[in-house]
Design a protein around this ligand. Structure first.
Ligand SMILES: [Zn+2]
Length: 289
């Protein structure tokens, strides 16, 4: 592996995490609250975070953004919690930084990092699903990051099902059944108004079997579309509930996937935790060199 030094930036709804990265090792980071007053303030804040880091030897900057990203045009198409809407992200950052700019959706960044440095190593067809506040995901296709919206959490798994979360007007999406937020809703119905997803896990509650089933339905469709060899489950809820979700998820995968694909699919925990987004943004930076 080459030893390019890059900067990765993980843009979240509440914080900007930027770091100098070399060969997947994070050498130094800075963290700032995400400016949300205007789009210009957001871009200025991103540039300021990068410029606070030592730039000597840095060859490119990669951004993981919580937005659909159009790889053809460089446009960020819209984010839920931050002021990014139909804007040429690459051009805006190029005005502020004299370095090559790479951009990718944040969940795709995390999948990319898991493929190169974590749970996806050694595979060519690999997917991640991150079960947290929402559900995110990314796909490695033929050994390369699949550059698309990959809003895997907004895949329909139940026709006309329960309403999705946040700004999504859809129904029956994976996110509405398998996110930590959805699990907390289930906990409140099953246990009581103060219960959370964590109570389901601590009580080994049978409702987790239902959530695991829905997860497996979603995974099954992804395997049928992409021919995945391995799927990694991450996110706060996904990691904590992994063992309890897995049996029902596995049964659903066996039922839904064509041929022997379900039996052959490996389902594992993601390995990189919250660092995945930052490390993946660094990998995206390397792509523009
Ligand atoms: Zn949705």
């Amino acid at each position: 592996m080459n030893t390019e030094r890059v900067i990765g930036v993980d843009l979240g709804g509440t914080k900007i995490l930027a770091g100098v990265i070399e060969d997947g090792r994070v050498l130094q980071t800075v963290e700032h609250p995400t400016p949300t007053t205007s789009q210009d303030a957001l871009f200025d804040g991103l540039a300021a975070a990068v410029l606070e880091l030592p730039l000597d030897g840095v060859e490119a900057v990669g951004f993981g953004i919580p937005s659909r990203f159009d790889y053809r045009t460089g446009f960020a198409l819209g984010a839920v919690n931050i002021p990014l809407r139909e804007v040429d992200f690459v051009a805006e950052m190029s005005k502020r930084l004299d370095l090559p700019i790479g951009v990718e959706n944040d969940a795709s960044c995390a999948a990319y990092a898991e493929h190169v440095h974590g749970a996806g190593q050694g595979t060519s067809y690999f997917g991640t699903l991150t079960l947290g506040t929402g559900v995110g995901g990314g796909i490695i296709f033929a050994g390369k990051l699949f550059h698309a919206w990959t809003e895997l959490g907004h895949m329909v798994i139940v026709a006309d099902g329960v309403p999705c979360q946040g700004a999504c007007a859809g129904r029956g999406h994976l996110e509405a059944y398998c996110s930590g937020t959805a699990a907390t809703r289930v906990a409140q119905e099953a246990i009581g108004p103060d219960a959370t997803a964590r109570d389901l896990i601590e009580q080994h509650h049978p409702a987790l079997e239902t959530i695991g089933h829905y997860l497996g339905i979603g995974i099954g469709s992804l395997v049928n579309i992409f021919g995945l060899e391995r799927m990694a489950i991450g996110g706060g809820f996904g990691i904590a509930a992994f063992e309890q979700l897995l049996p029902a998820a596995r049964r659903a995968v066996l039922r839904e996937v064509l041929g022997d694909g379900g039996r052959d699919l490996q389902i594992e925990r993601a390995q990189l935790g919250e660092a995945a987004g930052l490390i993946g943004a660094g990998l995206v930076a390397r792509e523009v060199l």
